[in-house]
Design a protein around this ligand. Structure first.
Ligand SMILES: Cc1cc2nc3c(=O)[nH]c(=O)nc-3n(C[C@H](O)[C@H](O)[C@H](O)COP(=O)(O)OP(=O)(O)OC[C@H]3O[C@@H](n4cnc5c(N)ncnc54)[C@H](O)[C@@H]3O)c2cc1C
Length: 505
């Protein structure tokens, strides 16, 4: 059985590797001259930078992303890490001396003494949500069953609330609310659009202190965060290795122009060169609107699926400056990654973003030092720094090309307030605008992390109305990110295995 996979990002390569392991004859077609999509590294003057995912979750043993990769025989070395958060009036860094898993809640009580009760109530809710996600589907003992039932009763009234309403239930002070809502700017989703009960999952406490234990008495109780040793690109090179070791092919510089469909069934693809590849199954990835409008054609979709494709909302983009420096930025920033917020009004920030208004870093940015976990990315004695912020794909006024140098200077100046002397130590810089991200991911509208997780919208499902045609990747996942991509790929391959693979004797 033959499968053609469109796109060599994490999603396409995971599908291809899992199918190749099942004995399928797989061909991955990638338009770019290299693999990886947004996980490909940028390179200049001896420095290399990650362009996509940063601190990753779910990669430790027993966690979802690690489990999918292990299915493909891939075991990555993960460096456990955490990140800081700086808001206009207070900062949250892991304490120098470990103070247990609850240090953030205790510190918040000293910062916001009038909110003590709300903080306790929020963390009871947080613990309930994590318990439900860990044990809810299959509580093993009767004690667990009772704990799950009680947690469910407690959280049920909160289920209809959006993120803003949920925060209002617990806290009065918007400065405290912003600690938990700030991350939504990363997903380009307004608090009023995001499901309240998901707030704990985008604010997992282990992301803020790498010393919090992940197991207790040998039992897995929490998921961790970390960097892949060798950079995130290692994940895709490992997947490509598995594909080739199992007889598959990854073809770069091979644009898929059209999915060939006969009698409602995908039968292969036509490349930009005119070459035709036959296949029993075609799996698309990348931009959902681009794939279905331009490669498949709406004539082949049901009105319902077409409406989903039209209505789902891709995220906006990022403006990024990569720097190569000859000093150690970690003297000033204790973690490799920190988010610096400049506003407490996330709802307004998202509204402006959607209207094409760029905030020039004033609403927030992050500083990431990829060479902390992977020193080989920079020449000896040097570091790589990435400064970036969310930005509209298309500006309401002006264009990215003409303002990019000024925007880069502005971000560097903001970062310099945190990293004194930064500009004197810059050896090289590389700017990435939303236009570059359109090119990197081959999108007409650059959407850096996939789709907006708006609780009222649906993303294109993996199974399409065309027989034997599937769609995977960041724009098909509500969970988003690397973990969502891996799980989506796994689910799709599992469906194909159960329904389309030849029965094994
Ligand atoms: C700046 C940034 C920060 C991020 N931070 C995080 C994070 O901290 N944690 C996290 O989990 N995730 C993060 N993400 C998201 C995560 O990286 C992506 O969701 C994931 O890598 C997307 O993988 P993909 O395979 O769906 O798509 P992509 O990586 O976009 O790959 C799609 C590929 O398909 C190719 N393609 C498309 N159309 C065609 C065609 N017609 N023919 C041939 N090839 C085609 C493209 O060239 C591309 O290579 C971040 C992303 C970015 C950009």
């Amino acid at each position: 059985m033959k499968a053609v996979i469109v796109g060599s990002g994490v999603s396409g390569l995971t599908c291809a590797a899992l199918l190749a392991l099942e004995g399928w004859d797989v061909t991955v077609c990638e338009r770019a001259d290299h693999i990886g999509g947004v996980t490909a590294l940028a390179e200049k003057d001896g420095f290399r930078w990650e362009q996509g995912p940063l601190l990753l979750g779910d990669l430790f043993p027993g966690e979802d992303a690690a489990r999918v990769l292990a299915k493909a025989g891939i075991h990555l070395e993960i460096v456990r890490e955490d990140r800081g958060i700086v808001l206009p009036d207070y900062e949250m860094w892991a304490p120098a001396e470990y103070q247990g898993p609850d240090w953030r809640r205790e510190r918040l009580k000293t910062l916001f003494p009038q909110e003590k009760k709300g903080i306790d109530r929020y963390y009871r809710f947080y613990d309930d949500m994590l318990l439900l996600s860990r044990l809810g589907a299959s509580p093993k003992s009767w004690i667990d069953r009772i704990r799950v039932a009680l947690a469910y009763v407690r959280i049920k009234p909160l289920m209809p609330l959006n993120a803003q309403e949920l925060m209002n239930r617990f806290f009065r002070d918007t400065k405290l609310q912003a600690l938990y809502l700030g991350i939504l700017a990363d997903f380009c989703v307004a608090p009023s659009e995001f499901s309240g009960i998901m707030v704990p999952f985008v604010n997992i406490e282990t992301a803020f202190d790498k010393r919090i234990p992940l197991t207790e008495n040998g039992r897995k109780i929490r998921n961790g965060f970390g960097y892949i040793r060798g950079s995130v690109h290692r994940m895709v090179t490992e997947l490509a290795r598995v594909i080739s070791e199992h007889g598959g092919t990854v073809r770069c510089s091979s644009l898929v122009d059209t999915v060939r469909i006969e009698n409602g069934k995908a039968v292969g693809v036509r490349l930009g060169s005119g070459e035709e590849l036959d296949a029993d199954v075609v799996i698309g990835s990348g931009g959902g609107k681009e794939f279905f409008r331009e490669r498949v054609g709406y004539a082949h979709l049901t009105p319902e699926y077409q409406a989903i494709v039209e209505n789902f909302r891709p995220m906006e983009s990022v403006f990024m400056v990569h720097l190569g420096v000859d000093f150690d930025p970690l003297r000033y920033q204790p973690s490799a990654l920190c988010y610096y917020y400049g506003t407490y009004d996330i709802e307004a920030a998202i509204r402006n973003l959607r209207q094409g208004v760029y905030h020039h870093g004033s609403e927030g940015f992050l500083i990431y030092v990829p060479s902390q976990a992977n020193p080989e990315l920079a020449p000896e004695g040097h570091h790589c720094i990435t400064i970036y912020t969310v930005a509209p794909d298309t500006l309401k006024e002006g264009d990215w090309e003409s303002i990019k140098e000024t925007c880069a200077d502005e971000l560097i100046a903001l970062a310099e307030r945190r990293l004194p002397g930064l500009s004197e130590h810059i050896k090289t810089r590389l700017i990435r605008t939303p236009l570059d991200y359109r090119e990197i991911a081959f999108l007409r509208h650059s959407a850096f992390g996939g789709t907006v997780p708006d609780r009222n919208l649906r993303n294109p499902p993996h199974r399409t109305p065309v027989d034997n045609l599937f769609f995977v990747g960041a724009q098909s996942e509500t969970r988003g990110g690397i973990t969502g991509c891996l799980i989506g790929a796994e689910e799709t391959v599992e469906w194909i295995r159960q329904n389309l693979s030849p029965r094994r004797k």
